[in-house]
Ligand binder design. Sequence first.
Ligand SMILES: CSCCC(=O)/C(O)=C/O
Ligand code: FE2
Length: 197
Amino acid sequence: MASSNKGEATIQAWYMNETDEDQRLPHHCDPPEYVSLDKLAELGVLYWHLDADNYETDEEFNKIRESRGYTYSDLITCCPDKLPNYECKLKSFYEEHIHTDEEIRFLLEGSGYFDVRDNNDRWIRIWVKKGDMIVLPAGIYHRFTMDSDNHTKALRLFVGEPVWTPYNRPQDDHPIRKQYVEAFIEKDQGSHAVEAH
Ligand SMILES: CSCCC(=O)/C(O)=C/O
Ligand SMILES: [Fe+2]
């Protein structure tokens, strides 16, 4: 299942314009081009809206955690007092990169933007807010920025011992990138090739 919209909330995602404006602004196209949860799921991005205030005892959260094997968790608060090397970290979060594992974040407070590349290498901006849990698959090109509210507190989850290393683009020969492309990009081109005949 790609999503759950408990409490009416749903995620907002859209194609970005490529202007040099402040990264914390929404960067909508003109007119705005919204992106559906199905499109995100095609790229391997998963989303749930959950109870951020009582997540420790939340059945849905615990089910996801168990079924996906998320044995590790910790908290990250993006503010100068709580995040060592704040400026440097924010800069590195916004460098386009991949990881060798899923990136799993559950927003407990505040909001922010995860940007992911689609199958045509266009940026999709995903606006995450309190209660949103998002999974980015290993090998997807992505980045993160705070929005103009400047406050993000998130639970980070991981399967086993966490590895946070970002591999900045280009990583087209990285085995994990190749696996991602085969699973989520080439399968798409294959189905269009069949349709075209
Ligand atoms: C809201 S968590 C901060 C962003 C982050 O941890 C990361 O790895 C971005 O790619
Ligand atoms: Fe990342």
